[in-house]
Design a protein around this ligand. Structure first.
Ligand code: 13P
Length: 256
């Protein structure tokens, strides 16, 4: 059985004070509950220490949304995985479609980042997914395969413990349009097959593959209940404590 992971990607929202407040509200709602899975929030860098301080001693872990592809040196404006670990992060998101698009990040930097994340003892959440025009052209599987093949075989020590995948169809991110359960399950099962070809059947069987794209309390149970969906990477709906916990409730029910 794969343990679910519900991860909130706060994107460019919630500075230290507002972030600590939101983390506290989530923590209060979860107080005393024994969860069947893992819960993570990924605030902006500067909010990681404040959010981690709130999260200490409760089931909510802290992660980062990005990291440098170098550990130290003359790289102005960058933050390394080992610094993120020191600040309280346990996971780092890599290759989000917004960074692929706006920062023009490439496979080479994803490989470097994930290797450093693993060396720091952190877990990587590697995002991938097709754009609308690619889906319309019938290329969703081909795009997903290329994205996985461009990175996974080049990692030094990827396994199902230190690496999480997040399938995020670009057309579903922040649009209110969610992949149907059939669409999600198809790509998740296909992704698992590709992982099996690249990293072996045992890793594929244990690797968690999250779904991301307009996930909310109303659809979380159905999506996370799909055979090859092991949780969610969620943006907008995680900025309200009640909605985030509603998604966690969906994951709990799906894993009941
Ligand atoms: P939304 O949940 O806002 O669609 O964002 C998904 C996402 O990009 C998570 O990384």
């Amino acid at each position: 059985m794969r343990r679910y992971l519900v991860a909130g990607n706060w994107k460019l929202n919630k500075g230290p004070a507002a972030g600590a407040e939101l983390a506290q509200a989530v923590s209060n709602l979860l107080q005393g509950r024994e969860l069947k899975g893992d819960v993570l929030v990924c605030p902006p860098y500067v909010s990681i220490p404040a959010v981690s301080a709130v999260a200490a001693g409760n089931p909510v872990m802290t992660g980062a949304q990005n990291c440098a592809d170098q550990n130290e040196g003359a790289y102005t404006g960058e933050v390394s995985p080992s610094m993120l670990k020191e600040a309280g992060a346990r996971y780092v998101i890599v290759a989000h479609s917004e960074r692929r698009e706006y920062q023009r990040e490439t496979d080479d930097s994803f490989v470097a980042k994930i290797n450093l994340i693993h060396q720091a003892g952190l877990k990587a959440i590697f995002c991938y997914g097709e754009k609308l025009e690619e889906r319309k052209a019938g290329q969703a599987q081909a795009v997903v395969k290329a994205q996985l093949e461009g990175v996974l075989p080049r990692l030094e020590s990827a396994d199902a413990y230190n690496t999480v995948l997040a399938y995020e169809p670009v057309w579903a991110i922040g649009t209110g349009e969610t992949a149907t359960p059939e669409q999600a399950q198809e790509i998740h099962a296909y992704s698992r097959q590709v992982v099996g070809d690249l990293l072996g059947a045992t890793v594929a069987e244990h690797m968690r593959i999250l779904y991301g794209g307009s996930c909310k309390p109303g659809n979380a149970r159905e999506l996370i209940g799909l055979p090859d969906v092991d949780g969610g990477l969620i943006g907008g709906a995680t900025l309200k404590a009640e909605d985030f916990v509603g998604i966690i409730d969906g994951a709990e029910a799906a894993n009941g």
